[in-house]
Write a protein that binds this ligand. Structure first.
Ligand SMILES: [Zn+2]
Ligand SMILES: [Zn+2]
Length: 121
């Protein structure tokens, strides 16, 4: 899937998501920097980041200094890329972290702090 240059709408809080460029990967990641701090990966991006935890610096920087709005976790979330309803799924082998996953396009949405938890920090 090619990187989209459209602004995505955060599925958790409805804010506009900001594209954060990751130079080492040549990828733009969508992050909810103005709202809840959530991060959306498309299928290809998530595999890259799940398999190589070394280059999260830009994402961490974009999310660590802000105070984010709390989100209603019980609210249904819809994929910002394709509009399908997202499903909670375990994101790691230990099965203690759930992320929202889109079965239609493979997109994944991580709440603020879930990424660092997946990394085991
Ligand atoms: Zn948000
Ligand atoms: Zn989708």
């Amino acid at each position: 899937m090619a990187d989209s240059h459209e602004t995505l709408i955060c599925p958790a809080c409805g804010s506009d998501m900001q594209k954060v460029f990751i130079p080492s990967k040549g990828l733009n990641i969508d992050i909810c920097t103005q709202g809840c701090g959530g991060i959306f990966f498309d299928n290809r991006e998530f595999k890259i980041f799940a398999n190589d935890a070394a280059d999260f610096d830009e994402i961490v920087q974009a999310t660590e200094n802000n105070e984010f709005e709390p989100v209603d976790e019980s609210r249904e979330r819809y994929c910002p890329a394709c509009g399908a309803k997202m499903v909670k799924n375990y994101a790691n082998r230990e099965q203690n972290i759930q992320v929202d996953e889109c079965y239609t396009c493979g997109g994944k949405f991580l709440d603020h702090c879930e990424l660092t938890r997946i990394r085991g920090l």
